[in-house]
Design a protein around this ligand. Structure first.
Ligand code: GTP
Ligand code: MG
Length: 200
């Protein structure tokens, strides 16, 4: 998401940096593009609106420094505003435990556990060079396990082979054992929200 967003934003501001001065219309045009890029990247509408309003106010206002081009200034303002919106401190996942480190994904039904499982797995694999195994403990929803398997294939992350008829606890044990035997650093257990709620 952020790769696409930064590409889009640099494309927009390339146009601006080539101009001598920055008019109200330039800023508005750029903000339209920023708005579109953010909406396509799944940012909530009210967040997008307050974001572009703040950038516009700062870009058109007195904060533009003379020594840089207006385009460079807008890039900086957008960057500062993004940092302000997203938070400036990254909080990495704490993996300081004996491998394989288990991560249990819990949350309401449909809240994005399975999607997030594969995003985290891919990130740990690609950025942190971790060996990651994903396992679906969702025994209720049809095709839930296949969903994770397909996401694993798409993202190049291993998934625990599916065995029909096992309980969530049995799958979790099998996943941890497979992760130990396979020398995995991390094993992500993707649960079914409603099972967690039902069985408390
Ligand atoms: N727009 C948007 N949709 C998302 C995001 N994450 C997940 N989804 C979608 O939301 C729906 C549910 O996502 P899942 O990852 O399957 O959610 P879940 O919590 O695993 O769902 P259950 O296993 O049924 O409880 C899917 O259609 C996803 O494509 C997100 O960040 N943005
Ligand atoms: Mg799920």
């Amino acid at each position: 998401m952020f790769e696409t967003l930064s590409d889009r934003l640099s494309g927009i501001f390339d146009k601006l940096t080539r101009r001598g001065s920055l008019s109200d219309a330039d800023v508005s045009e750029a903000m339209r593009e920023v708005r579109r890029a953010l909406l396509e990247a799944d940012v909530a509408l009210d967040v997008v609106k307050s974001f572009t309003d703040k950038v516009r106010a700062r870009a058109v206002g007195a904060e533009v420094v003379k020594s840089v081009t207006p385009g460079q200034m807008v890039v900086k303002i957008v960057h500062d505003q993004l940092v302000e919106m997203l938070g400036s401190e990254a909080k990495p996942i704490d993996l300081h435990a004996v491998a394989p480190v288990p991560i249990l994904m819990v949350g309401l039904q449909g809240s994005g556990k399975t999607t997030t499982t594969s995003k985290i797995a891919r990130r740990l694999k690609e950025r942190d060079r971790k060996k990651v195994l994903m396992a679906s403990l969702d025994t209720r929803r049809p095709a839930a396990m296949e969903q994770l398997k397909i996401l694993g294939e798409q993202n190049g992350v291993d998934t625990l082979p599916i065995v029909a008829g096992q309980s969530a606890v049995q799958i979790a044990n099998r996943a941890v054992n497979a992760a130990k035997l396979g020398g995995y650093d991390v094993v992500i257990l993707d649960t079914a929200g409603r099972v967690t709620v039902d069985e408390g």
